[in-house]
Design a protein around this ligand. Structure first.
Ligand code: ZN
Ligand code: ZN
Length: 1019
């Protein structure tokens, strides 16, 4: 006997009891133990940060991380899954800053780095319990007990080791370069971080500025200008705050420039852009080449010496790589300062004026021009994004300074025209401050040197979806730039580079042991916390000059931490060498698509630089989740869906199934709880109904799967068995191909066919009283389907799969493995796949659905038998195939006779109503004889009695006595179809009399007859 199953199921409640079962019996642990020694299948967990509640997008990636290792385990692999937590970095610091009400770094320094970092340490596990609870609740099997944590000394030490390897290979350098800088966070961002924060709706000034040429410095007028009006070069910018840093103007040497004469002055701009700029009241008096402008000089808009800002100049050595600030030589005060017009191949004739304002302190192109032309370098902005010096707008944040800069220029007649522009501009991906391209000293990993290896390594990786490989990810690698990996921050892996202020010597530390062995070591306090400020205090003697070595203040990019997890999670190479070797590279990783420039990249870059090979073989790249309206989910919009509410209402299986099947993994998907509810109804409840139907009848008939033997199968049985075996092939193949969506959709189709064709068509076989070979065949077949389904579904919906397995398998076979998750994945029996029968059944289903459509058109219920159906199919072959299944069509369409035509045979006939789909046509005869009508009433009576049985609270196997009123016509029906009605409703007797008082009664109108029925449980 199977444990009774209610047709009413509460999935969340069921799942909780299964969670307890797994926990109590340590099923996850056993699923590893039993595969010990088998080929390993490794998942790398992309570590989340537990300083906020997990969202629905986290559930998405976690279930995709879960499904593949579960499948591989059932396929016989040993699939350990070590959890991990990302604990460092700006996101964490920002949360703490918010909590403390800080707005900048000065407040952190004042508060104390030790105290600040202690808050960071606490905050990263604020939501750990919730993360753990969520992970467990959704059925994501992950070893959280031994999860790696990037803040551990051991983890940091592995990162240090990695950096030292790169240092020894000459892959780490310090550059004075323009880097994207977040003025609020006060730190550089790597290019992959910048890529996360572009906005295409940024509004900025769009202004034309006049730069006054120095009389005597230009030769393009034969002598002096024809009049004594001043001559200006017109340049365009969207960042007025950079103008105090201007030290040159660039022109395109081969382009033509027009000298435009106005009432009070001359303006020079590219001829090609004159129309676009729309000068008013100016006419062209001369055209000169860009080359003719080069070498002229103009007066600075702001002489830095007047505003307390130093002026430096790129030295001759500047053109070499790795420029350091020291090579920018300080320049003496100069009241008559003039800046040059230079030639630049980067000058665009598409926008602006064809004259480009150059500020080497801001912008990569400007910086490079400064280097190659030996320009002046003026930096009037601090790292906090505020203007320095004594400018009228000093102390303002750059964007706030914009209007003041323009006002100042306007008052001096140097602003030709102001305006606004909406364009694309990068913002900090964490704090949303506008990024500044800022020239400063930063540590780099020279990834560009390994570009070819990065690209060829990508060839070995399987990307799902495939287009990411040479699209988003491949392009990213093609355009590789060095990784700016130092951060001027507090909470992170400290940069393991010490520097001697006496001789400039740098040393990179490989390990704690290495550090402790340094001569004259001071400031190391045990137990050592490898974080700031404690590591900052550690000094030792310079190996070159004996001077004092101090640590460089920076911490490293937290993306380096997470990208180092393949080895750092094992504290490799200091420990666990074997474990590391066994689990490297990973077979599988999965995260959202934004990680192509985040974790996917940092994993790939570090692995390629260190080990010369990729560290993951297969990756499912998930699309983003939007809300039901297609909007991005955000706290500000208030449209964030709380996963717990979904789990509490519908359960984890419904949510998982929805996430797997609603859209292919890589697609952007809309999420709503309603959609999960629909999945629950359409899929899980359909499955549950089949399962509970089976258990109810199997228990009534005492079906024992062990003693079933080999039953004689009907076409229907053979058909579903064929479909089942094909399903095993398909699901196996799709999962092997990292495509849970296709696998899930195949399962959906199968469950639908099982319910709506196999079970529906077999109902009477289970229902009938006699236990014959046909009934046994039906039980055996449905039982086999459900058991196999439970195993196929186990990776997707681990809960309901376990429930079915426990009841269908374990309850009757104590020797079966303890859990469906310890079972082997089903193996298809290809000999049972009968393509012809499947095709014939598919045809029969089409015909029946058309027949039902024709009935609907005629307004005749399926319960009303009809005399005849005409069926038109495409070919003689189809006709032949269908003829074998005629009995199914007769029954399904409730007609007495079916006539097949092929192709053009037959046609519209009077007395028929038809439905057509493609080449198929089904027509039903609509005329009702009195006999057919009586049979229709009998069927209607059966249906009403069946409903009454349920309303009266009778068990399915209870026998009843039925009473009916004594009208002529009903008497005839009840007599003529007595056997049929008795059998279908388990009525012992049909009595034409008023029902006794204890009966359950109802009155109906069927056709034109008033009928009252009463039922009572038979003694
Ligand atoms: Zn920021
Ligand atoms: Zn030294």
């Amino acid at each position: 006997m199977f444990r009774p199953v209610s047709s009413k199921v509460n999935f969340p409640q069921l799942e909780k009891s299964l969670l307890s079962f797994w926990k109590e019996h340590q099923i996850f642990g056993k699923s590893l133990e039993t595969r010990c020694g088998a080929t390993q299948f490794t998942l790398y967990e992309g570590p989340p940060t537990a300083n906020g509640s997990p969202g629905i997008h986290h559930v998405l990636s976690r279930v995709f991380k879960d499904v593949i290792p579960r499948y591989k385990t059932m396929k016989g692999y040993y699939a350990p899954r070590k959890g991990g937590w990302d604990t460092h970095g700006l996101p964490v610091e920002l949360e703490v800053e918010k909590m403390l009400g800080f707005t900048g770094k000065a407040q952190i320094e004042e508060y104390g780095v030790a105290k600040f970092n202690a808050h960071c340490r606490d905050s990263v596990f604020n939501y750990l319990k919730e993360w753990e609870a969520m992970t467990e609740r959704i059925g994501f099997w992950l070893d959280l007990e031994h999860a790696y944590r990037t803040l551990e000394n051991s983890y940091i030490e592995s990162c240090w080791w990695a950096l030292k390897q790169l240092w020894d290979k000459g892959l780490i350098y310090q550059g004075y370069r323009v880097t994207p800088h977040c003025p609020r966070c006060g730190t550089s961002l790597s290019s992959h971080e910048v890529a996360l924060g572009y906005r295409d709706d940024a509004e900025d000034p769009s202004v034309y500025i006049k730069f006054k040429l120095k009389v005597g410095s230009f030769t393009f007028f034969v002598a002096q200008p024809p009049s004594d009006k001043p001559v200006f070069l017109l340049a365009w910018t969207t960042t007025p705050w950079t103008l105090p840093g201007n030290t040159a103007l660039a022109v395109a040497p081969k382009a033509q420039y027009s000298i435009m004469e106005g009432a009070d002055d001359y303006l020079i701009l590219a001829t090609a852009l004159v129309d676009k700029v729309q000068l008013e009241g100016y006419k062209s008096i001369k055209v000169v080449s860009g080359r003719g402008l080069v070498g002229s000089e103009y007066q600075p808009l702001f002489n830095p010496h007047d505003f307390g800002v130093e002026r430096r100049r790129f030295s001759a050595r500047a053109a070499e790589e790795n420029l350091s600030y020291e090579m920018l030589t300080l320049q003496p005060e100069d009241k008559n300062l003039a800046y040059p017009v230079i030639s630049g191949d980067f000058v665009s004739m598409e926008e602006g004026t064809g004259i480009v304002h150059i500020a080497p302190a801001f912008g990569e192109v400007d910086f490079e021009a400064g280097k190659s032309e030996g320009l002046d370098f003026v930096q009037p902005v601090g790292l906090d994004g505020k203007i320095t010096g004594t400018f009228p707008f000093a102390g303002k944040f750059v964007k706030d300074a914009d209007p003041l800069v323009l006002e100042n220029l306007k008052s001096r007649g140097l602003l030709y025209r102001g305006g606004r522009i909406v364009h694309t501009y990068p913002f900090c991906w964490r704090c949303e401050a506008p990024l500044l391209y800022y020239a400063k000293r930063t540590w780099y990993i020279r990834t560009s040197l390994k570009k070819e290896a990065l690209i060829s390594g990508n060839d070995e990786i399987n990307w799902y979806p495939e287009h990411i490989k040479y699209g988003r990810f491949g392009n990213w690698l093609e355009n590789n730039v060095d990784w700016a990996f130092s951060r001027e921050r507090y909470w992170g892996t400290p940069l393991n580079v010490w520097n001697c202020s006496d001789c400039g010597n740098y040393e990179c530390i490989e390990s704690l042991e290495d550090l402790k062995s340094k001569p004259n070591l001071q400031g190391l306090i045990e137990p050592l916390d490898l974080h700031r400020p404690f590591v900052d205090d550690i000094t030792f003697s310079c190996s070159k000059c004996g001077g004092k070595m101090k640590r460089q203040a920076e911490v490293i990019d937290c993306w380096f931490d997470s990208g180092a997890m393949p080895f750092a999670q094992w504290h490799y190479p200091f420990e666990n060498e074997d474990t590391f070797n066994r689990s490297f590279p990973a077979d599988y990783i999965s995260e959202a698509v934004d990680q192509t420039r985040g974790w996917f990249y940092s994993l790939h870059a570090i692995s390629t630089l260190l080990f010369d090979r990729p560290c993951f073989k297969n990756v499912i790249c998930l699309g983003h989740i939007l809300d039901a309206e297609g909007e991005k989910m955000s706290k500000a919009r208030g449209n964030v869906v709380d996963p717990w509410s979904v789990l509490d209402s519908y359960g984890a299986d419904a949510l998982r199934w929805y996430l797997f099947t609603a859209a292919p993994a890589g697609n952007v998907r809309r999420f709503s709880s309603d959609a999960v509810a629909e999945v629950l109804r359409n899929f899980l409840l359909t499955l549950w109904n089949i399962y509970s139907f089976f258990v109810v009848y199997a228990n009534i008939d005492c079906f024992d799967p062990k003693s079933a033997g080999t039953p004689s199968l009907s076409d229907l049985d053979k058909w579903i068995i064929s479909r089942l075996n094909q399903l095993v092939v398909d699901v196996d193949e799709a999962l092997d191909n990292y495509d849970p969506t296709s696998a899930g959709r195949k399962l959906e189709v199968f469950v639908d066919e099982l319910s709506n064709w196999y079970v529906r068509r077999s109902r009477r076989r289970f229902w009938k009283s006699q236990s014959d070979a046909d009934k046994l065949a039906a039980y055996t077949t449905l039982y086999g389907c459900l058991v196999t389904l439970s195993k196929l579904l186990a990776p997707f919906t681990p809960f309901v799969a376990e429930e079915m397995y426990q009841n269908l398998v374990r309850s009757v076979d104590s020797k079966a493995v303890e859990s469906v998750h310890l079972a082997d994945f089903p193996v298809p029996d290809r000999a049972q796949i009968d393509a012809e029968l499947v095709e014939a059944t598919r045809l029969a289903m089409t015909v029946c659905s058309l027949g039902r459509a024709a009935r609907a058109k005629a307004g005749i219920k399926v319960r009303q038998p009809l005399s005849r159906a005409l069926v038109k199919v495409r070919s003689a072959g189809e006709k032949k195939a269908l003829q074998k299944l005629t009995y199914q069509i007769l029954d399904e369409l409730n007609v007495k006779e079916v006539e097949f035509h092929k192709g053009e045979e037959g046609g519209d006939e009077p007395g028929y109503i038809s439905a057509v789909e493609g080449d198929y046509l089904v027509a039903v005869a609509t005329e009702l004889s009195p006999e057919l009508e009586a049979e229709g009433i009998a069927r209607e009576v059966v249906r009403r009695l069946q409903t009454m049985r349920r309303s009266a609270g009778l068990d399915i196997a209870d026998h009843i006595v039925t009473y009916y009123n004594d009208g002529d016509s009903i008497q005839m029906v009840m007599t003529k179809f007595a056997d049929y009605i008795k059998q279908e409703t388990l009525s012992r007797d049909l009595i034409s009399a008023a029902p006794p008082a204890e009966s359950y009664t109802e009155k109906f109108r069927i056709s034109n007859y008033e009928i009252s029925l009463g039922i009572k449980k038979a003694a």
